[in-house]
Design a protein around this ligand. Structure first.
Ligand SMILES: NC(=O)c1ccc[n+]([C@@H]2O[C@H](COP(=O)([O-])OP(=O)(O)OC[C@H]3O[C@@H](n4cnc5c(N)ncnc54)[C@H](OP(=O)(O)O)[C@@H]3O)[C@@H](O)[C@H]2O)c1
Length: 324
């Protein structure tokens, strides 16, 4: 699906593309295809900020019934309140469910709570996660453990319980917000890239185990840089340290654009969607089809990334045009 075929939302550069990780260009069933999500029960993790928050608003407007999860319940209540203001949903249509993805012992009970409330789960959006800004040589191994616990093990643990339910119903969609970092490698994010590569490998394999369930879709969303609280929340060299200055994020793709393209991908069962502005999107294609060039280019871009980070601006700031 090329973004150009979609109705324009907000500002539009026309260069963000939902691709399939293949030379084929998918055509969308209908430009308004996300409306297929009306009345569906959608469970969004990481809904208290950023991409998950925006997905919740757009899903609410589309008339999906929502379970919204994260650790900060007060933030989830704020998101629920806004969802109710902007949609025709009623209080009972949105379940706020506190969930810590790293507390795997709570995932079965959480899944049962959603099922008790709505009777079914049509779509799970595995969105909760944290990134990283630190060099490997400076980083404590505990940080790597925590990233894998959250981004990888937390995600597959929740998936396990929800998938059991979808297998009983013989239908459903498991959507995972991976990253372009699940396709390429980049400095300052060795642990984060590893966790997203792990998710890519896991879900690509899981899909091949579900061939008897053609109505269960495994969908991976790979965004490039998107405006959110991801930098404020990054892992650094040690678990106790947070980032001092998250820097200007205005050069990144607006959250609503990423959420919109995500929902179009979900409605169309796109197996792998790359949602990014250039140059990251071009680098993804290089990484996939001409890795030797990608390694050469990444060595140069990577140096800039580290310099930017060390000088206190966003690591990717100097590659992107500033949004007007
Ligand atoms: N923004 C980007 O540039 C970008 C690019 C590619 C991929 N992504 C991916 O997009 C997803 C959403 O990130 P975002 O950009 O929207 O960042 P964000 O604004 O920081 O949102 C992250 C969400 O994850 C939740 N979360 C963090 N730790 C959690 C835990 N232990 N248990 C449950 N929830 C937890 C946070 O909620 P609480 O703190 O309340 O728990 C928050 O709702 C992530 O998987 C990220 O890797 C982002």
């Amino acid at each position: 699906i090329t973004a150009e075929k979609l109705p324009k939302t907000g500002w539009e550069q026309g260069n963000s593309v939902v691709g399939g990780g293949s030379p084929f260009v998918f055509s969308s069933k209908r430009s308004e295809c996300e409306h297929e999500l009306r009345g569906k029960v959608v469970w969004v993790t990481g809904a208290s900020s950023g991409i998950g928050e925006e997905l919740s608003y757009q899903l609410a407007k589309l008339g999906a019934l929502l379970a919204i999860s994260a650790r900060r319940e007060d933030e989830l209540q704020r998101v629920k309140k806004k969802c109710l203001q902007i949609s025709s949903l009623s209080d009972n249509d949105i379940l706020v469910l506190r969930l810590d993805l790293t507390d795997r012992s709570s995932h079965e009970a959480a899944t049962n709570s959603v099922l008790k409330h709505f009777g079914k789960i049509d779509v799970l959006v595995n969105n909760g996660g944290r990134s990283q800004r630190s060099l490997f040589v400076d980083t404590n191994l505990d940080v790597y453990n925590a990233i894998i616990e959250l981004n990888y093990l937390g995600t597959i643990s929740l998936t396990k319980y929800v998938l059991n339910h979808m297998i009983q119903r013989k239908k459903g969609k498991i959507v995972t917000v991976s990253s372009v970092m699940g396709i390429m490698g980049a400095p300052l994010a060795t642990g984060y890239c590893a966790s997203k590569h792990a998710l890519q490998g896991f879900f690509n394999s899981l899909r091949t185990e579900l061939t008897d369930y053609p109505e269960i879709s495994i969908i991976q969303i790979c965004p490039g840089p998107v405006q959110s609280q991801i930098i404020q929340n990054v892992f650094t060299e040690n678990l106790a340290k947070s980032i001092e200055n998250s820097g200007d994020q205005s050069h990144k793709m607006p959250t609503d654009r990423c959420a919109r393209l995500t929902l179009v991908s979900v409605a169309n069962d796109v197996k792998e969607a790359w949602i990014s502005d250039h140059p990251y999107l071009a680098v993804c294609y290089l990484w996939q089809y001409a890795p030797t060039w990608a390694w050469w280019l990444m060595n140069r871009m990577g140096k800039r990334r580290i310099q930017n980070f060390k000088s206190g601006i966003d690591a990717d700031a100097s590659y992107s045009r500033k949004r007007k």
